[in-house]
Design a protein around this ligand. Structure first.
Ligand code: FNR
Length: 188
């Protein structure tokens, strides 16, 4: 497939509904998109003292982001913002100064929560950070998924037909978006 999408899941929970959603999105996506997960669970807490000598986990994380044609964030909302672990990973990717891996990267942001708000506020916080870091962002369509138990079954299928159709449309648009950005900003 022409485009490799790095998936960053904003939850470290084994039971994560966002992990389930990420799996479902991969199944619904057009075949031109190939997905791989970028794990960030072993990153220490960032501080700038690391800038002189990044640990191997952080170098590997940055290499994986760099290697992706695009990044798909699938994230919960924590206390009306993005989860701290996800923010920490993004901070690692942004430094040392001048070596920001997010710059010009095509990105998409989606998320699921059990409540009606569907991670809308968390996604806006994440988008503010991505904007500052000069990532490209698909700004529309947005996907705020209100997750009821069973929405994604154990095989990764979305059980509500209208939601399945909506999410495949979002992935179709994401493919178009990535293709458009990469005609202007060539892959490194
Ligand atoms: C939450 N949850 C939550 N939900 C929401 O819609 N808005 C919010 O601000 C928060 N805040 C929040 C903070 C913390 C610390 C936790 C643990 C949870 C509920 C959250 O949406 C729910 O636990 C999801 O299942 C988390 O996503 P994963 O881990 O299942 O992918």
């Amino acid at each position: 497939p022409p485009y490799r999408v790095g998936v960053i899941i904003g939850s470290l929970s084994k039971e994560s509904i966002n992990r389930r959603l990420a799996g479902a999105l991969q199944k619904l996506a057009p075949k031109e998109l190939e997905f791989f997960e970028i794990d960030y669970s072993r990153l220490p807490l960032y501080n700038r003292d690391f800038d002189a000598d990044y640990p191997p986990e952080a170098l590997e994380f940055k290499a994986q982001v760099r290697s992706a044609d695009a990044i798909l964030f699938v994230t919960p909302e924590y206390n009306r913002s993005l989860p701290g672990a996800l923010k920490n990973a993004i901070d690692w990717g942004s430094r040392p100064w001048g070596q920001n891996v997010w710059a010009d990267k095509p990105t998409g942001v989606v998320g699921a929560s059990p409540g009606q708000i569907g991670t809308a506020v968390g996604q806006q916080s994440l988008r503010a950070t991505l904007s500052f870091l000069n990532a490209r962002q698909m700004t529309s369509p947005e996907a705020y998924v209100s997750y009821s138990p069973g929405l994604v079954d154990d095989d990764g299928n979305v059980t509500v037909e209208a939601t399945a159709q909506f999410l495949s449309m979002v992935m179709e648009k994401f493919l178009e978006y990535i293709a458009r950005v990469l005609t202007v900003i060539p892959r490194p």
